[in-house]
Design a protein around this ligand. Structure first.
Ligand code: FS2
Ligand code: SF4
Length: 546
């Protein structure tokens, strides 16, 4: 195996024996083969785009398959194998449809033609170097190909959530297959791939806008909300991940059953949506970011539903109380499938909750969030006044991901060290490094404004663009906003590319720069966009405030 797609890549270069995330060699290689198969399907889909071929099943499969390979989403070898086989069946149907339209299918890349008669042959293919990251020998070309692939994975996750709410944009699918096919095209130069990387950011913005419209269209605009951190004395289900349509179905099905529902990690922002406030069994948020789940799931007592990543491999007794759905999966856990209409039957987890004890309280009090674009626009006068009077000197976008590395304490220390006339704009699970600190407020505006999940980084960009308009600036970089972003997995990659597309410069990325950036590719990002890493709180604070 070789994987270097996330911030925890072993030794800062790549996982080669087993993933730091817990992914074993078999699963890693199968994920590579799934991506390889998806790239082959993409080549074929591109040939059918303007030929009137029905590409919906292929596009939807690609979005789900990409999502399955995101860090900490799916550890289930059987589920990944089944997806590869489904891809091969779809490929056969697609080839027949293309041939019926007179499309020539000659000189195809191996990823569009490989086939395995047996499971053993499929596993042997997965283990071969040609399907993996190291198949590309030139480190700069490899770096760009992987940067595009990871950006597209993040995009696929967001497009998949939107699709679950019935919203899609076929241009996003067309770009996805174009980009993936480009990553196996040896005729493209490094410059072509750089251009494609930037174009990926453009579609990242479109995808986050699509998901924002899907979420707010279905559940209303997030609003200022106090989220309870304590517990009640009822049996309960903990829901994690990012999929709001799963949460909606779970709340509908638990209503009146005596089973409470709490959010964990990236599901916290669901409390900000008006629609979910209607459920009096939707009690609050339990615990913190994804990497704390071992202890927090134990004290929660009840079962846990994963709608997406991040899963920390569960062990022993924990296995049986974990349920997965959507693109997520873990061997030995119960997976809940949707029917053909997207409906899911959560009765098994609800009955399971009734047999277990209520959650043990680990915190009390509340936290405040809900500062997505509509809520911030509603407060615009107040915010603009605070900037004009100098009450707010600077905003710090500290969005992205949290993680288990000790070096991430930097973000807590940084938040604590920020001058009192600064405000943190956050989104994603990165917030757990500072959302419970007593940072106070500035004239009633909390010093940590949480827009929502990682995809709601889109809201932060919309807010920045609005401020640029209000202050009549020519360039988004003239705003008093600094970007100190923490990354972990591939959704953070698409968020970064989206910000670059919007023209944001001088973004600092930590705790370490991606292992998949070769020195030359990193240089391009430094020279073109002023991207930088982090050092220590004191030096970085001086740099950001000068
Ligand atoms: Fe956090 Fe994990 Fe949101 Fe990432 S819960 S690192 O998936 O996508 O962010
Ligand atoms: Fe390693 Fe991250 Fe890949 Fe897991 S996802 S194998 S931790 S680089």
């Amino acid at each position: 195996m070789f994987c270097y797609q996330c911030q925890e890549a072993a030794k800062g270069t790549g996982c080669t024996v087993a993933g730091v995330c817990g992914k074993n060699e078999e699963v890693s290689n199968l994920q590579d083969l799934l991506i390889y198969t998806i790239k082959g399907l993409s080549i074929l889909a591109n040939k059918g785009r303007d030929k009137g071929v029905d590409l919906d099943p292929v596009d939807h499969f690609i979005m789900n398959g990409l999502f399955m390979t995101i860090t900490n989403a799916n550890f289930d070898d059987q589920a990944i194998k089944a997806a590869i086989k489904e891809g091969l069946v779809l490929r056969k149907t697609l080839k027949e449809a293309l041939e019926a339209k007179g499309v020539a299918l000659t000189d195809l890349h191996d990823c569009a033609t490989w086939y395995a008669e047996s499971d053993a042959a499929l596993e042997a293919k997965a283990d071969s170097v040609v399907v993996g990251v190291l198949a590309t020998e030139n480190e700069d070309v490899r770096s760009l190909r992987e940067l595009i692939t990871y950006g597209v994975k993040g995009m696929a996750a967001y497009a998949h959530h939107a699709l679950n709410l019935g919203k899609e944009d076929k241009e996003i699918y067309a770009f996805t297959t174009k980009a993936l096919a480009a990553t196996v095209d040896n005729t493209l130069s490094a410059d072509d791939l750089v251009a494609l990387t930037l174009e990926t950011g453009k579609y990242g913005v479109n995808t986050m806008a699509l998901l924002d419209a899907a979420n707010t269209g279905a559940y209303g605009n997030p609003e200022i909300t106090e989220v309870n951190l304590g517990v009640r004395n009822n049996p309960a289900i903990l829901i994690s991940g990012h999929d709001l349509s799963d949460l909606k179905q779970l709340l509908e099905q638990t209503k009146g059953t005596g089973v409470d529902v709490y959010t964990h990690s990236e599901m916290l922002p669901a409390h900000y949506y008006p629609e979910f406030k209607k459920y009096d069994n939707f009690v609050g948020n339990y615990g913190s970011a994804w990497w704390k789940q071992k202890e927090e799931f134990a004290s929660f007592n009840g079962p846990v539903l994963f709608t997406t990543n991040c899963i920390v491999p569960p062990k022993g007794e924990q296995l049986e109380k974990i349920y997965t759905t959507g693109a997520s999966g873990y061997p030995g856990c119960t997976h809940i499938e949707a029917d053909e209409n997207g409906n899911k039957d959560f009765s098994a987890i609800i009955e399971h909750a009734k047999r277990l004890a209520p959650p043990t309280e680990i915190e009390t009090g509340s936290i405040v969030g809900g500062f997505a674009h509509a809520q911030v626009f509603a407060l615009a006068d107040k915010v603009v006044d605070a900037v004009k009077t100098g009450a707010i000197k600077k905003f710090f976008v500290m969005a992205g991901c949290d993680g288990r590395m000790k070096s991430r304490d930097y973000y807590t220390d940084f938040a604590n060290a920020l001058p009192k006339d600064t405000v943190i704009l956050t989104a994603g699970c990165a917030k757990y490094k500072y959302n419970k600190l007593p940072l106070g407020d500035i004239g009633g505006i909390p010093r940590v404004l949480d827009a929502g999940q990682c995809n709601d980084s889109y809201s932060l960009a919309v807010i920045a663009l609005k401020l640029k308009e209000v202050f009549e600036l020519n360039d988004i970089n003239e705003l008093p906003i600094a970007y100190n972003i923490a990354w972990y997995e591939q959704k953070a990659v698409i968020v970064l590319l989206a910000l670059l597309h919007l023209g944001v410069k001088n973004i600092h990325l930590g705790p370490t720069l991606p292992a998949f950036l070769s020195p030359n590719v990193a240089n391009v990002l430094v020279e073109t966009f002023g991207i930088g890493g982090i050092t220590n709180v004191d030096d970085d604070m001086k740099m950001f405030l000068q």
